[in-house]
Write a protein that binds this ligand. Structure first.
Ligand code: 5GP
Ligand code: MN
Length: 342
């Protein structure tokens, strides 16, 4: 991955002004990569003497609660003290981490669109960033934003500047966005960065356990139910979809984050090419898509479900009923297949 030296120089200059007020933002339904990159980058900025507020639109899943520094991340949805508005209003610089469009911030996006004259810097690995930024680190070839933040820290201050606390949260994002190092973009340089993180003394098995072996009983039972009862197959078993209504989730004491990873499971079937899950929320249905190899779910999500993401992992939203969403998905799959894209 080649990070532009011009951008690094611009960023260095931006950060050289003393005591800046900085906001670090990440996306709705923040995951390990969103939170990990925000905390690690926030620590780097505070070390320079800047005042940093990290903000996410809504709560991160409970299995990330253990992360050091996560309690300092402001959750906009429950921010009754107005900390977000105050920080945005006085911000000199806003960093946008792990998202490529203000629409990924929901209501928080409107505040960023109008209430600030701060310089904007993008640090992201999604395809097709859609906004204007003063400095843009847009690297879809990076397996995670945490890896990108690592490379920027390395370019600015050297690998030895990475602390154990930064290493721990960066590892979380690198691990979760790659499915514990099993997806694409696993480069030799990524493993070199992991060697640096490991050398700070972080406990990698413990991090794995904290994230992946910390679910509730309800989640385990909901998972079994979803695969056994709700997984439907199309196109000779090469496309799978699952759906969960609010009522079904309530039955299994659903907590936010409990359905994380379900959509990957159908891809453990050898001939599977694409997998989808539809999760009912109050006002819409969230769609998650995964694919193998050449099948492009970024385009699929953008074309049919107002979404986007990465080539093999994307998402979107549907504003019609579950039955209509499923019908639309089935028709979209047929159209995609007819065009030779599936
Ligand atoms: P997940 O299925 O894990 O929620 O999301 C997979 C990928 O798709 C993530 O990289 C995420 O950023 C992207 N994604 C999920 N939902 C949306 C959406 O509504 N719009 C866009 N543009 N991307 C999304
Ligand atoms: Mn990410």
């Amino acid at each position: 991955m080649n990070i532009s030296q011009t951008n690094i120089d611009l960023l260095r200059e931006l950060l050289s002004k003393p005591s800046q007020k900085i906001v670090v933002l990440s996306h709705t339904n923040p995951d390990g990569d969103a939170v990990g990159s925000s905390i690690a980058w926030g620590e780097a900025l505070r070390r320079l003497g800047h005042t940093v507020t990290c903000v996410v639109p809504n709560k991160y899943p409970y299995y990330l609660d253990w992360m050091t520094g996560i309690s300092d991340v402001v959750i906009f949805k429950t921010d009754s003290e107005g900390r977000t508005a105050a920080a945005v209003a006085e911000a000199d610089v806003i960093f946008c981490l792990d998202f490529h469009s203000l629409s990924r911030l929901d209501a928080l996006g409107d505040m960023i669109a109008s209430n600030t004259t701060a310089k904007r810097v993008l640090i992201d690995h999604h395809l097709d960033p859609s906004e204007q930024f003063d400095i843009m680190f847009s690297h879809p070839e990076s397996s995670s934003t945490c890896y990108l933040v690592y490379k920027i820290i390395e370019a600015l201050w050297g690998a030895q500047s990475v602390s154990a606390s930064q290493a721990e949260v960066l590892y979380v994002g690198m691990m979760t966005d790659t499915g514990n190092f099993s997806f694409s973009n696993l480069t030799p340089e990524l493993y070199q960065s992991l060697a640096v993180l490991s050398s700070t003394g972080i406990n990698i098995p413990q991090i794995y356990n904290n994230v992946y072996n910390s679910f509730t009983e309800g989640r385990a039972r909901l998972f079994g139910y979803t695969i056994n009862r709700k997984m439907k197959l199309l196109r000779k078993g090469t496309v799978a979809y699952m759906s969960l209504t609010e009522e079904e989730m309530r039955r299994f004491w659903f907590q936010q984050g409990d359905s994380e990873g379900f959509v990957n499971y159908p891809l453990t079937i050898k001939k599977m090419r694409m997998s989808a899950i539809f999760i009912e929320h109050k006002d819409f249905i969230r769609i998650s898509l995964r694919s193998r190899g050449a099948v492009d779910v970024n385009t699929f999500a953008a074309r049919y479900f107002n979404g986007g993401g990465h080539h093999n992992a994307a998402g979107g939203k549907s504003f019609v009923s579950m039955a209509e969403t499923i019908a639309r998905f089935e028709a979209a799959v047929e159209e995609y297949a007819k065009e030779g894209l599936l």
